[in-house]
Design a protein around this ligand. Sequence first.
Ligand code: RB5
Length: 148
Amino acid sequence: MKIILGADHAGFALKERVKKYLDRKGIAFEDLGTHSKKSTDYPDYAFKVAKKVVRAKGSRGILICGTGTGMVIAANKIKGVRAVASTDNYSAKMSRNDNDTNILGLRGRFSSWEKTRKLISVWINTPFSGKKRHKRRINKMDRRGTSA
Ligand code: RB5
């Protein structure tokens, strides 16, 4: 699995930390920016990452802004994206198990690295249950949105 990364200025510092973490874990990643703390617009990075995740089979994305909220709102406009902004391990885990989320939105501001590291690990390592009822619900959502 490859992780496609994106952040705005408020998520830049955490993105750099996440890259080091993924490196240590031997998880492949691609960084689509931003590459500095200079002010940027989060939808630009959300759309880039969302489109790539939908097109590159088997990939998933991590998007980071100040809260994770704006990134996830934008990413979910793209057909086939199921993005979650999680701040707790349970919702991160169940978003994979039930919703087969393919993008994780993270909070770059006021976040503890220890908590964030665990959250990423739970989200990456939880498989989709594949249950029929969950597939049916996902199919209903995936018919909506703008094509990548
Ligand atoms: C940028 O200041 C901030 O609004 C953005 O990073 C994000 O938190 C939006 O949801």
